[in-house]
Design a protein around this ligand. Sequence first.
Ligand SMILES: [Zn+2]
Length: 117
Amino acid sequence: MAVTETRTYRCLDCREHTIEREYDVSHLSITCEGCGEFARFVHAGVYRQYMDFEESPPDDVAWERLTRMQKFTIAEGIVRSDKTLDDFDISGDAADGHETDEADETDEADETDREDA
Ligand SMILES: [Zn+2]
């Protein structure tokens, strides 16, 4: 076996520098030779899925509200395992965000209004 297959990983910090590695993992963290940051490099396939979602966000997901890392975690799960979007609790109230409380209050207010009317 003389030929070794390599995988491409892309720096998430500058998103331009790529590295080749012989092993296949979802991501790795090393110092980027391009931007000099200790950055997370994601598998090229994961990055491609991420970009697909950026261009056309999945219907059931509040994609814009997710953090970049959440997005990559999802892309990673879909590309690297058999997970689907349903496996991620990302419908809106899942995130550890502070916006959840506000959303709940709004919902309650709406219900009260409806009862009064
Ligand atoms: Zn970089």
